[in-house]
Design a protein around this ligand. Sequence first.
Ligand SMILES: [Zn+2]
Length: 60
Amino acid sequence: MAVNGTREWTDPTTCPFCGDQLSSPGVGFVDHIDDSGSCEQEFDHWRENVAGDLAGEWSG
Ligand SMILES: [Zn+2]
């Protein structure tokens, strides 16, 4: 139930925030949020939600 309340990420080859195609799953997303400030903010938001559920699992 850890993903409860978080956005569902259905396709790892596209950005879940703007729908852009990523150059590769995972690493491509890191590159993408590096390029796209708005998506990076969305991701930070999302990660904070996840961190709230996991109690610090993502800290660092
Ligand atoms: Zn994006």
